[in-house]
Design a protein around this ligand. Sequence first.
Ligand SMILES: [Zn+2]
Length: 299
Amino acid sequence: MRLNAALLLSLSISIIEVLAAHSVVRRMTDDNLAHGGECGTPYTLKDDEIMKTAFERVERERKQQKRQVNLNPIVFDLHVAVVAANMTYNGGWVPAKHIEDQVKVLNAGYLDAGVSFDLKSVRRILSRRYHDLLNVPETDEQAIMLSNYGKAFRLGDVKTLNVNLIGFTTDPETYGFALPPSFYAEFPEYDGAYIRFDSLPGGASPVRQGSTLIHEVGHWLSLWHTFQNGCEGFGDEISDTPAEAGPATGCPETRDSCPLQPGLDPVWSYMDYSAEGCRVRFSPMQIDRMRTAIDAFRS
Ligand SMILES: [Zn+2]
């Protein structure tokens, strides 16, 4: 009898797990515009809608209280997990110096936003499976794996940044992803930034030396890609990043991929795919949106 009860319990847990994973996958794939390439962060209609509603509420409160956007310094706790396949650099076992330098580069990137990150812990997790296979939850298997990983290893609450250094071994084009703050209420275990271990300053990547994490934390704080929705409609919902038809590569500073819209492509923004040393800042309105998202979701 006891055995049957245990069996029933474990069966119902796995059914719940699969249903939850399936609803994550549905949300991830409901409108995956402009997803792919270097960053795996998906644009989802549901998250866009949740964020718009929350931002309108924060802005209404601000108007009532005659307040400006809050730019007072804010510090987030930061936990880094090194998820390595083995204890070699190529297996993801990154030197402590790379992590220290990455935190410096991250904080420099967020200086203008008044946001900083205080490194509280570095943990080293040996798992070839997680190192190789953790990825954007676009299939049930990926969602279950990411959820199990997050339940086991994620630290802190909605105000805590968890950075996970992984390999994307079976998906070498991808450098990182992070789920938007609107995702946390329903699926907290998925929260955090996942980046390739060799994209850190001093790392082996020939293309990235630290800006991948700045970019992914931009998603963690609500930003979409500068090329979101191409030349049409609301774009990335930021008025001072001109519309852009698609991601930039290299540093095409005079590129104007949406000639019927004002402004040259915002290749200078961390939220584009332009080269290291070319994407170097956030626009004032990107900073306003991140600070509004902090008020709405992460404070
Ligand atoms: Zn991205």
